[in-house]
Design a protein around this ligand. Structure first.
Ligand code: NCD
Length: 310
């Protein structure tokens, strides 16, 4: 059994660890399909979800994952926490750690928040549920499990389209691609590409139509308006949709076998047309289902019993 102390990012994992988590996640999909959705693996463990940014699927799937494995799960969102009363992140973290949870799942708008907290919170495992535009490791594991279930990711071309500059999902995929043997093609206007993107050694295009042939997956990203520091990154929603939105015509050009993925939340009519989101090519809801299984796997690797103290 593999034991992880923390999970900050794909950058901290090796291929073997990713494969281990995918195997474990795959074996746990079934728990959520049974009439009684409960296994005893994490009985007696306490997990706190500490979310300083909005979330539907990540927060809920961590909560469901913990509960399906019999852990006690507590949710705290920034809007109801004492940070609203001026408490610092570190004080909030230390306060929660003093209650001795096994795992703290953290989402924050500042990159590096999880590593920072881990330096002060001894004895608590920390999972990154998305930190600024840095990393979102459990989303990438979720995507890889979805691709594995759809036939595999090795040697596949995943074309990631949209706001790559501000996307922790895009960044984590770039790191995972080299490790796991798939190719990433980036498509975005120049204003939505990160600085020094060339160092990832992936194909880069500003022309969506030209990047479609040869793609095995069209992976659409939301424009992260909450992280845009200016409002001139693209001209208008209508023009953005025309240049970078996935519509029926583009899906047809991609060919029958090409899958459509999106980490959510989708902005229908912006990065993805509604009928494409609901089409047979879409794996978006499978991603959500696999998100629960992967988070079960990650929580188990962090605090599952290894035969010793818990
Ligand atoms: C992503 C995130 O928060 O980084 N969503 C998610 O966790 N499923 C992407 C996004 O917010 O657009």
């Amino acid at each position: 059994m593999m034991k992880l102390q923390h999970l900050f990012g794909i950058a901290d994992l090796d291929k073997e660890q990713i494969e281990y988590l995918l195997n474990l996640g795959e074996s746990l999909i079934d728990v959520s399909r049974r009439p009684i959705r409960k296994a005893p693996t994490l009985r007696g463990k306490t997990i706190i979800n500490l979310f300083f940014e909005n979330s539907t699927r990540t927060r809920t799937s961590f909560e469901i994952a913990g509960k399906r494995l019999s852990a006690d799960v507590i949710n705290i969102s920034a809007s109801t926490s004492a940070t609203k009363k001026g408490e610092s992140l570190l004080d909030t973290g230390q306060t929660l750690a003093a209650m001795r949870p096994h795992v703290l799942v953290v989402r924050h708008s500042i990159s590096g928040t999880c590593q920072f907290l881990s330096e002060y919170l001894e004895g608590t495992s920390i999972v990154n549920a998305g930190d600024g535009s840095h990393e979102h490791p459990t989303q990438i594991l979720t995507d890889l499990l979805t691709l594995r279930q759809a036939g595999g990711y090795e040697n596949k071309v995943i074309t990631i389209v949209g706001d790559i500059a501000h996307s922790r999902v895009g960044r984590s995929h770039l790191l995972a691609a080299t490790l796991m043997g798939y190719r990433v093609r980036l498509v975005a206007p120049k204003t939505l590409l990160p600085a020094e993107v060339e160092r990832y050694g992936c194909e880069i295009s500003h022309d969506f139509d030209a990047a479609i042939p040869g793609s095995d997956v069209l992976y659409m990203l939301r424009v992260q308006t909450e992280r845009l520091t200016d409002n001139c990154s693209f001209p208008s929603i209508r023009e953005y949709h025309e240049a970078y939105g996935l519509n029926r015509k583009r899906l047809a050009a991609a060919g029958k076998g090409c899958l459509v993925m999106h980490p959510g939340p989708m902005n229908r009519g912006v990065e993805i047309a509604s009928d494409v989101a609901d089409s047979a090519s879409a794996r978006i809801l499978e991603q959500v289902e696999h998100g629960v299984a992967i988070r079960m796997a990650v929580l188990t690797a962090l605090c599952g019993d290894t035969g010793g103290e818990g």
